[in-house]
Design a protein around this ligand. Structure first.
Ligand code: NIG
Ligand code: FE
Length: 414
């Protein structure tokens, strides 16, 4: 039996009752903590926790002791939107942007997603796996305990399936909880230039059934954007996917508001991601909706576009989550601590709001908040022990540093 007792915890933070699956509106700025705490893990779960006075000999018996003096213990972060599987890097495009080209201009010139697709098509499954596993281990060390990973750099049946198999292998070989999304509709490949409908039809009729049959994806995704896929095409894909039992999480409102949020909400999408550009009407669809607004501040930082209106969404009673968007083009960074800093500095979230949006609400964005995202008896022991830091807020404040000392996933030290 795996039995671990975390003792002398300066502060145990992010405690929630099992009934809470997300935090909305003013609740987002609340946090439950215990100072001078202990927490007991049995097997892969949180067995119990409490204040110093409540610890007993039974808790200590046969337990591995982890001394947490001067350290906080937190639920691990959940990164609910990444493109962690990719081939090669795009520093050339970074330099072009520094010289004045925009992200959209580079994409129109055949760079961007199509650039990464060409690289991925020419990379072996084994090499893709090795590179992705290294990135996964790096972000785990930064506190990520669960992660969503998308396909979308294949853009052919063969290469999309190759990406999804890599994600499937990561699921098997990592202690992190991993969810995968099929993002074949990430861009229109050159072979289908001026025939996005033809490409979408191929995705729906040929690739999607194979994916469902082989259980290679948990969600379907699409880039609903001018020059990529329209709201109508998004609706078609979401309907077909739903008929096959796949829920959706979509890229929408990154550069233009073209009606994708309405379509997503009406199709009960789990999340709408990006939202840097919002029409007034878009807020009405997200008000009191179950569809989560997933915001990606490091994408705005890296490609210099507006930040999603986090405050307005919180005040609108929309559920917000934060994620990295880790990918080689718009966000070559998978650090959830930095995401929280950027969300505070540029979106005016409080450090507590940013923490909750990176834990319980992010867990909800991959439908895992019954299992992850808080310190709750019976939840999976995905836990972070911080370095010696003065407070939870310090993680957002002292930006760009790794404040995590040890990571436990399912009760296993990483
Ligand atoms: O979420 N916007 C679409 N997809 C990615 C970027 C992909 C890329 O540039 O490679 C994003 O930002
Ligand atoms: Fe993305």
């Amino acid at each position: 039996m795996n039995k671990i007792l975390f003792q002398n915890i300066k502060q145990l933070a992010g405690i929630l009752p099992a009934s809470v699956t997300n935090l909305i509106g003013k609740e987002l700025n609340t946090i439950q903590t215990i100072d001078n705490a202990w927490l007991l893990v049995v097997d892969d779960k949180i067995e119990d926790f409490g204040g110093l006075e409540s610890i007993t000999d039974a808790h200590k018996k046969d337990a591995q002791i982890v001394d947490c003096t001067d350290r906080l213990v937190l639920p691990a972060f959940v990164d609910s939107h990444t493109h962690l599987v990719y081939a090669g890097t795009r520093e050339d495009e970074f330099k072009m942007r520094l010289n004045g080209a925009t992200y959209e201009e580079i994409a129109e010139g055949g760079g961007g997603i199509l650039n990464s697709a060409k690289k991925l098509q020419n990379t072996s499954e084994e090499d893709l796996y090795i590179a992705a596993k290294k990135r996964l281990d790096e972000v785990i060390a930064l506190g990520t305990g669960a992660i969503e990973i998308k396909s979308g750099y294949g853009l052919t049946k063969e290469s999309e399936l190759k990406m999804l198999r890599v994600i499937q292998r990561l699921k098997k070989e990592s202690n992190a909880i991993i969810k995968s999304s099929f993002l074949g509709a990430h861009a229109v490949p050159v072979e289908f230039k001026n025939n996005a409908d033809g490409y979408l039809n191929m995705l729906i009729e040929d690739i999607l059934p194979t994916i469902v049959e082989n259980q290679l994806a948990d969600y379907v995704d699409i880039f609903c954007e001018k020059g990529y896929f329209s709201a109508e095409q998004t609706n078609t894909l979401l309907q077909k996917a739903m008929a096959l039992g796949l829920k959706s999480k979509i890229h929408v409102n990154q550069f233009n508001a073209i009606g994708g949020i309405e379509v997503a909400v009406k199709n009960n999408a789990i999340s709408v991601d990006h939202l840097e550009v919002m029409d007034d009407i878009d807020y009405t669809f997200l008000k009191d909706s179950k569809t989560i607004a997933t915001l990606l501040p490091l994408c705005s930082f890296f490609i210099n576009i507006p930040y999603a209106p986090a405050r307005k969404l919180v005040n609108n009673n929309s559920i917000i989550a934060l994620a990295t968007d880790y990918n080689p083009g718009s966000t070559p960074c998978g650090n959830m601590q930095l995401v929280q800093s950027a969300a505070c500095i540029n979106m005016k979230l409080t450090p507590i709001e940013a923490f909750n949006a990176s834990t319980i609400n992010a867990a909800a964005a991959i439908e895992q908040s019954n299992l992850l995202g808080s310190i709750t008896k019976g939840k999976r022991a995905n836990l972070l022990v911080t370095k010696k830091i003065p407070s939870l807020e310090y993680i957002s404040y002292n930006f760009g540093h790794n404040h995590i000392e040890t990571v436990f996933l399912g009760g296993v030290q990483q």
